[in-house]
Design a protein around this ligand. Sequence first.
Ligand code: ITT
Length: 223
Amino acid sequence: MRLLIATSNPHKIEEILAVARGQETELELLGLKDAGVDVPEPVEDKPDFAGNALLKATYYAEHAKLPCLADDSGLEVDALKGAPGVISARYAGTTGGRDIVDPANNQKLMQELGDTPADQRRARFVCAMALAWPGKQHEPILVRGTFEGRIITPDQADDPKQPHLGRGTNGFGYDPLFWLEDRGCTSAELSPGEKNAISHRGDATRKLLLALRHWRVHEPASP
Ligand code: ITT
């Protein structure tokens, strides 16, 4: 079975492929470029992660004419009533490449939290992952993974004068600010394999592949 991993985020595709390739030998996994899909990104206008994941998976499945997996993810901070949530990728409203947008989002997050004490900086990454078939041949599969942690305090940053740069250089997005109490580091200080083993996206990918295996056993006539 050929499966398109539909994301424009190169970090997401690396993470999903690493988990999927470790578990699945029967799937041929393609990225948007491999599948020759060159269409504008869809507008993510749903109020929750699940709605946007389904929207992206369905959109790309129709364009590629292939079963398509998409992830909508983000960070929920309790002290900010769940913000940045579904607008995590565009929290600061800055436009440009990820090298500009990610630090701007991180700066806004640290500013919003100000001197909120460590025990009130609880947060989680959430990943909704959907698999949709072209022509709505089958019901989509939808799963959710979460990753619990908290946002670092400014004094925990490598450079307390630039707290939004946080700690660590692995991962992407909010990883340099996402503190894992039990490990004593941020998710940007984990190796890719360590992050995938415990992250929202690793969790969602494993759940989705399990659901797909189940589906394939019960749908023998399907592609
Ligand atoms: P696609 O829609 O093309 O998949 P995107 O990056 O725009 O790519 P989202 O709309 O799902 O994806 O936004 C996810 C944002 O949430 C991402 O840009 C980060 O800011 C944040 N995020 C999600 N997962 C993360 C992770 O594992 N580590 C750090 N930040 C993460």
